[in-house]
Design a protein around this ligand. Structure first.
Ligand SMILES: Nc1nc2c(ncn2[C@@H]2O[C@H](COP(=O)(O)OP(=O)(O)OP(=O)(O)O)[C@@H](O)[C@H]2O)c(=O)[nH]1
Length: 327
């Protein structure tokens, strides 16, 4: 930066400085008289990381970069108020966006301006209050964005169901709650039958469509307290809090039947259908979430081995084929 003059020798009126509006102009002029007026070139960094001070834009534009947010200062506006109040150097990066003229006010002069003029103190409070509001708005926006991305990262892009990351986060909590409250917790693992064959016959995009249809069957058949998860590939899972094994088996039977009836590719002739195999397990005393999933997986394996398109309930003697409904 190049020194142009001191403020007394410059032609800038005090009334143009926002911070000094309604201040006692004569007293302010006396205090500011020796403060330097500097010239900065476009792109020049004009921050001072060593000491607190006020920087007032007299001409040109200044960019202020702080905590990931960039703002522009126009003539009359200032930066560094908080650094003066904190008695600490301003961490913001100040860059001239064009050839600019700046008034630099050291912290001790800034304090005397505040102490000697109610107007300056009032302007400062207004300015800080405005900045707090702006910072709060930014914070709320970031929180919303963060929540949006968190939701996104917890959902499977293809089916819209919860994904494995969600499961890894939620299932231990649900298991913990079930053990603590003594209420039952059941899970259903299901896997689309012969899905490789479906893909080979109809194509991978149609396979994706079948997966979406299967997810839709789950989403439309469950209570709001139940959760459907894409466990991986063509394997899905349903979590049923406060649900006994008997009820979960009935739910699985209903899902098995609806899966068979689901309209997968409505425009295809003949209409392709999917079936799925289901394994049901309920949380046993002292069981953790991994053991619960492994138990449901074992039941699913038995349902596959027994002929697919059926439900196997852990602890029951055999897997149950679900008969087509009369309708
Ligand atoms: N279209 C599509 N296919 C997938 C996706 N994820 C996994 N698959 C396919 O699912 C098929 C699973 O095949 P397998 O594990 O052999 O099982 P399967 O053919 O369903 O046979 P069973 O489970 O024994 O009835 C593979 O061909 C995978 O490519 C997906 O996101 N989209």
């Amino acid at each position: 930066m190049k020194l142009l003059s001191n403020f007394a020798a410059s032609s800038y009126p005090i009334a143009d400085l926002h911070l000094l509006r309604d201040a006692d102009t004569r007293a302010a002029a006396a205090l500011l008289a020796e403060c330097p007026v500097m010239q900065a070139e476009a792109g020049e960094n004009v921050s001072d990381p060593t000491r607190p001070r006020l920087t007032v834009v007299l001409r040109g534009t200044l960019s202020v970069q702080a905590e990931g947010v960039t703002t522009r200062l126009l003539p009359g506006e200032s930066v560094g108020e908080q650094s003066v109040l904190d008695d600490d150097a301003d961490p913001a990066i100040l860059t001239a966006l064009e050839r600019s003229e700046l008034l630099l006010i050291d912290a001790d002069v800034a304090w005397r301006l505040i102490e000697e003029s109610d107007g300056v103190a009032r302007n400062l409070l207004r300015l800080l209050s405005f900045r707090i509001r702006a910072a709060n708005v930014q914070l709320r926006k970031r929180q919303k964005l963060g929540e949006f991305y968190r939701q996104l990262s917890m959902n499977d892009g293809l089916t819209g169901l919860h994904n494995r990351a969600w499961l890894n986060d939620m299932l231990p909590r649900l298991v913990g709650t079930a053990h603590k409250t003594g209420k039952p917790l059941s899970v259903i693992m299901l896997d689309i039958d012969h899905f490789k064959r479906f893909n080979d016959r109809h194509g991978h995009p149609q396979g994706d469509q079948a997966l979406r249809a299967a997810a839709q069957v789950l989403a439309s058949a469950l209570r709001p307290s139940d959760c459907a998860v894409r466990y991986g590939g063509e394997e899905l899972m349903v979590i049923l809090p406060e649900t006994s094994g008997t009820v979960a088996a009935a739910v699985a039977g209903r899902l098995c039947e609806r899966m068979r009836q689901a309209s997968v590719l409505p425009d295809a002739h003949p209409l392709p259908h999917i079936t799925a195999s289901f394994g049901v397990a309920s949380l046993a005393p002292a069981q953790d979430e991994q053991q619960l999933v492994a138990t449901a997986d074992a039941a699913l394996y038995r349902a596959k081995a027994a002929g697919r398109d059926r439900v196997d309930v852990d602890g029951s003697a055999s897997s149950t084929p679900v008969l087509p409904s009369a309708a």
